[in-house]
Design a binder for this molecule. Structure first.
Ligand SMILES: [Fe+2]
Length: 194
């Protein structure tokens, strides 16, 4: 059988600054500000205050996309900045995958925090993130990262099936059962872990 009939996807490479958490020459660069995070934090008034005080960047995602098809692997660099909304640490919105039966790997490159995960039935858990720690997010689990560092960004490399997509599902209405706060100088996970 001749390979000449196949429509091969061309190999390519991407340059990543592991320290600053920046993908050089990304095709997609998503920047989420505090104002994009309405409804996600426990203290809505504190978020409003932050938006009025300059609407700082919460997180950035860099991608060079590949076809959203089975067989391909999508990947990204996620850079979540340090900070708090009231006492709650900065976090990403979090999502399920549109094709729910797809997993994801996060390899933490810099900083410290948590990956908070939950199922649609409300089962929730957290895995610690720090440089060199890899978190496996199994199929069906929604996932959100939280930066608990005082001054460093939380930088991760993620990879997931090309067809996975993103789905906010019940996150915008119900949030995650676990939240991460600073209480009296300590990092505290609050909520139901099951
Ligand atoms: Fe994901």
């Amino acid at each position: 059988m001749s390979d000449s009939v196949k429509n091969y996807f061309p190999p390519f490479s991407v340059s990543i600054d592991l320290e600053s958490g920046v993908m050089r020459n990304p095709k997609n660069h998503v920047v989420r500000h505090a104002s994009d995070m309405r409804g996600h934090y426990a203290d809505a008034a504190a978020l409003d205050k932050l938006i009025k005080a300059g609407d700082p960047v919460h997180y950035e995602v860099f991608e060079v996309p590949v076809p959203e098809q089975q067989g391909h692997l999508m990947y990204c660099i996620s850079k979540l900045l340090p900070g708090r909304v009231g006492q709650e640490f900065f976090m990403t919105k979090g999502h399920y995958h549109s094709v729910a039966n797809t997993a994801e790997i996060y390899l933490c490159l810099r900083g410290e925090g948590y990956m908070i995960m939950k199922t649609p039935e409300g089962k929730a858990t957290a895995e610690k993130m720090y440089r060199g720690q890899m978190v496996y997010v199994p199929p069906f689990w929604a996932h959100r990262s939280v930066n608990t560092g005082a001054s460093e960004p939380l930088v991760s490399f993620c990879v997931y099936p090309g067809e996975a997509g993103q789905n906010y599902g019940d996150i915008e209405t119900e949030g995650f059962p676990l939240r991460v706060f600073e209480r009296n100088g300590k990092i505290v996970l609050e909520g139901k872990q099951s």
